[in-house]
Ligand binder design. Sequence first.
Ligand SMILES: CC(=O)SCCNC(=O)CCNC(=O)[C@H](O)C(C)(C)COP(=O)(O)OP(=O)(O)OC[C@H]1O[C@@H](n2cnc3c(N)ncnc32)[C@H](O)[C@@H]1OP(=O)(O)O
Ligand SMILES: CC(C)C(=O)C(=O)O
Ligand SMILES: [Mg+2]
Length: 537
Amino acid sequence: MSNQPDRIIIFDTTLRDGEQSPGASLTVEEKLTIARALARLGVDIIEAGFPYSSPGDFEAVQKIATTIGTQTGPRICGLARATRNDIKAAAEALKPAFKSRIHTFLATSDIHLQHKLKKTRQEVLQIVPEMVAYAKSFVEDVEFSPEDAGRSDPEFLYQVLEKAIAAGATTVNIPDTVGYTTPGEFGALIKGIKDNVPNIDQAIISVHGHDDLGLAVANFLEAVKNGARQLECTINGIGERAGNAALEELVMALHVRRQYFNPFLGRPAESTEPLTNINTKEIYKTSRLVSNLTGMMVQPNKAIVGANAFAHESGIHQDGVLKNKLTYEIMDAESIGLNNNLIVLGKLSGRNAFRSRLKELGFELSDTDLNNAFLRFKDVADKKKDITDWDLEAIVNDEIQKAPELFRLELVQVSCGDHARPTATVTLRTPDGQELTDAAIGTGPVDAVYKAINRVVNVPNELIEFSVNAVTAGIDAMGEVTIRLRHEDRIYWGYAANTDIIVASACAYISALNRLYGSIQERASTYLPEVVLTSQG
Ligand SMILES: CC(=O)SCCNC(=O)CCNC(=O)[C@H](O)C(C)(C)COP(=O)(O)OP(=O)(O)OC[C@H]1O[C@@H](n2cnc3c(N)ncnc32)[C@H](O)[C@@H]1OP(=O)(O)O
Ligand SMILES: CC(C)C(=O)C(=O)O
Ligand SMILES: [Mg+2]
C-alpha cells in the first residue's frame, strides 16, 4: 500500500504500452534515456517493458532496473501474461531493482475468454490466484490486471479480484482495454469494486485506459473520485491504437483543479498540497524527449504540451492576456517548464556548455555521440545565427538517434520551378558498398526525390505521413522532416533536420527505409532477396 494514502500514484507505461504505438519502437539506449527523464519527472512507477516478449525488451528492463531502479529511484515494473515463463522472465529482468513490481494480467470479458483465450470463467478463477502467488514468490509487490475489465461482467470481475488479492496482489488494476466505457460508467465500476470486493482494502485500486473515444482522461478522473489511487498513463498519451490516458493531462488536471479533487482524497478543499509526486516543471521537456525519440509528433492543439497550448492568436484574447493572464490562461506556462526557449549557445561555445545544455534537455550522450553532435552543431552554427533548444534537439535527433546506416545518401539534386517538370537525381551507397545513381520525375521535388530513392532501394512501401516543420522562426531556420511509411503490417519512421528541406526530406526517407530494411533482415534473411527483387515502392 502507498505510504502516502492521500496522494495519487503515477504509474508510467510509456516504455511498455506507449511503445505498443505502431511504429514507435525504441532501442535499449532510447528506453534508458526516457527512463532517466521519467525519474526526473518524479513518476512513482516505471513500467519498463514486457521482458518475455523479446531479448531486447528483457535487456531494456534489466538495464533500467539496474541504473534507474536505485534506492531513491522509482519502482520498476515488468509486464507478464499469466504464465510461468512470462513471470519468471519478468522476475529475472527486475532482479537488480531496489523496488520492483511484477504486473501480470489475464482477460475477464466473455469476448476475450471465448475468442482469444479459449478459456472458461472457472479456469480464469483458478489461473489468476495461481499466477499471482507465483509472482509473489519472486517479489513482494504484485499487480494484477483483469484485461478488458470495462467490458467484463462486474459480478465475475469482483470474484476474480477477490481471488487475486487473497493470493497476494497488492495493486488491482482495472483496464478499459478498448476505450469503450464512459466516465459515469467507469466511475460506477470503480465504486462497485470498492463496495463488492470483500478484501479490497488490502490493495490499491489502479486504472488503465485507452483513448478510442477520447475519454480516457475523463474516465480516470471519475475513477479518482470513486476510489482509484493509481493512474496508469503515458507521456503525450501514446500507446496502442488511439493511445493511453495522457500523463500530462491527468497530472495538470489534478494540479490545477486540486481544490475540486481534494475532498475525494479526504483532504480539506483548500489544501494546496500537491496531489501527485510529479515535478510539473519537467513535463514539457519530457514530452519533447518522448516525441523526439518515438517519432510520434504532438499535435499543435494537444492539451498542456501542444505548440498552441499557451499561444494566443486572436485580438480579444491577446488584449485580455496583456491586461491579465488569468483572463485566458488557467495555468502558467512555467508550471510545465515551458520557458522562452532562450538562445543559449552559439558558434563560439565549447563542448562542456554543449554537453551540459543537452543534459538539461534530457540527452546524456556517450563521448563519441557527443563529439558527432558537437561537430554537427558547429556546422549548423556557421550557417545559422541563433541556436535554440529546438535546434539542439533537432541536431541530436538527426545525428544520434539514427536508424542503422544501411543505405547512405551520397548526393541529391533537384530541378524544379513553375516551368519545369520536377526532376531528381540521387546517388546512394548500398549496404554492400556499391554506389548507385538513378533519377525520376515527380509531382513536386520531394516526390521526385522519393521516386528516385525507391528506384535504387526497391523495397515496397507506402508513405503514410510526411511532415515538414521549421524548427524555429527565421529565414535561416532548419527544417525538420518526419515521415512514416508502411511495409506489410508494420510502420517505420524516419527523421532528419537540415537547413535544406530537400536534403532533410531525402535523409528522413532513407532513415525510415533503413529501419524497414534492417527489420526485414532481422526477421528473415532468406526473405530479403525476394522483397528486393519484387515490385518497386
Ligand atoms: C492489452 C495489452 O496491451 S496486452 C500486451 C500486449 N503486448 C504485446 O503483445 C507485446 C508483444 N508481444 C509479443 O512479443 C508476443 O505476442 C509474445 C512473445 C508475448 C507471445 O508470442 P506468441 O507465443 O507467438 O503468441 P501470439 O502473440 O501469437 O499469441 C498470444 C498468445 O498468448 C495468449 N495470451 C494472451 N494473453 C494472455 C494472458 N494474459 N495470459 C496467458 N496467455 C495469454 C493468447 O491466448 C495466445 O495464446 P495461443 O498461442 O495459445 O493462442
Ligand atoms: C496489460 C493491460 C493492463 C493493458 O495494457 C490493457 O488492458 O490495455
Ligand atoms: Mg493497454
